[in-house]
Design a protein around this ligand. Structure first.
Ligand code: PLP
Length: 358
């Protein structure tokens, strides 16, 4: 499907001086570029009115379906300045495919993958000056789509708005990688069999915020969610997948059983670990097993992974009845180093993961 994007450059872009100031310490998700992409969909008409224009507020009717029934999905990926001077994105085709799967689960129109990829290229090309050049910096891209039909009935919307915004972000860990402290929630779960755990939808995040608040109250950075049936097996964090590294070089990660978001970082880590000769096992992994193997020393390292922080070692693990502390290690560091080197174009892209924009 080929749709051309109408380009309407922002008549009042941020000045070079102001942009340079914003890029010195952008943090995460606070600074935005000059442009955004919008594409509309209507049943019977298909995708239309694809444009890149000045970023700004979107008028929304108070009866728009998304405001009432949360039919909304999103993606997250990054654009980089590669070592050879080109601009690249990491596995955007995988995000395009996942966006379609999320749409399918939420009974939304499925954006053609070509249109998804074309929208990212168009935005990144126009806002290329916003890509941080410092080590660790990148342009975070946030494609999302919501039900825009003006109707209060409960049914799949017949109209959607697809949008992409972009946000320059700094290195996730300033001054080196720092282990995350995790709170193992006993009260809250994030996904149930048959639910929306494998879809990247805003609703999953809304449901995770109370648990996240509980984690913060206990001095932890992130929540570990256990399975929604027995509350025994580790699913994932609010927005990151988890891996466990054993003393014999085996990696264990919870299997994708429908309640876990299939992370693209997770998938990349599995591939890179196997390339390095490590064994990766995808299976149910209980919290009891985690505690016992951390205590015995068989479990050497654990890490969380996702686009924003890439790979983060897990440090303290706490729950209402206790806590233990893990330390990062070589395997985590080697995987992180290799993944970042591929993303930044410093080593050969042997899996064809790097997409060149320019
Ligand atoms: C996005 C997300 C991840 C990580 O996925 P990546 O593709 O690696 O960024 C993990 N868990 C949840 C719940 C997510 O929404």
């Amino acid at each position: 499907m080929s749709i051309d994007f109408e380009i309407h450059p922002n008549p009042q872009p941020v000045s070079d001086i102001e942009r340079a100031a914003l890029l010195t310490d952008p943090g995460f998700g606070r600074v935005f570029t000059d442009h955004m992409v919008t594409v509309r969909y209507a049943e019977g008409k298909g995708w239309y009115d694809a444009r890149v224009e000045a970023r700004g507020p979107i008028a929304i009717d108070p009866a728009s379906a998304v405001l009432h029934y949360a039919q909304e999905i999103f993606e997250g990926l990054k654009a980089y300045h590669a070592a050879d001077g080109s601009i690249t994105m990491f596995r955007p085709d995988a995000n395009a495919a996942r966006f379609r799967r999320s749409a399918e689960r939420m009974a939304m129109a499925q954006l053609p993958e070509e249109l998804f990829l074309g929208s990212l290229d168009a935005l990144v090309r126009l806002d290329r000056q916003w890509i941080p050049t410092d080590e660790g910096g990148s342009l975070y891209l946030r494609p999302f789509m919501y039900a825009s039909e003006v109707f209060l009935g409960v049914k799949p919307s017949s109209e959607y708005l697809y949008v992409v915004i972009a946000s320059p972000v700094g290195a996730y860990f300033k001054g080196g990688v720092k282990p995350v402290a995790l709170w193992v929630s006993q009260e809250y779960t994030r996904a149930a069999p048959g639910g929306t755990g494998a879809a990247k939808c805003g609703g999953n995040y809304a449901a995770s915020l109370s648990a996240q608040a509980e984690a913060s109250e206990h001095g932890c950075d992130q929540v570990v969610f256990l399975d929604g049936v027995e509350r025994r097996y580790v699913d994932e964090l609010g927005g990151m997948n988890v891996f466990f590294v054993y003393d014999d070089g085996t990696l264990v990660t919870p299997a994708l059983t429908g309640t876990i978001l299939p992370g693209i970082t997770r998938d990349s880590v599995i591939t890179l670990a196997r390339d390095q000769g490590l064994t990766v096992v995808e299976r149910p992994y209980s919290f009891d097993e985690w505690k016992a193997d951390a205590a015995s020393g068989r479990l050497r390292e654990a890490f969380a992974c996702g686009t924003a922080a890439v790979i983060t070692p897990i440090g303290r693990v706490a729950w209402p009845d206790g806590e233990f502390t893990m330390t990062g290690g070589e395997v985590t560091e080697r995987l992180r180093g290799e993944l970042v080197d591929i993303q930044r174009g410093r080593v050969a892209d042997r899996h064809g993961w790097v997409h060149r924009v320019s």
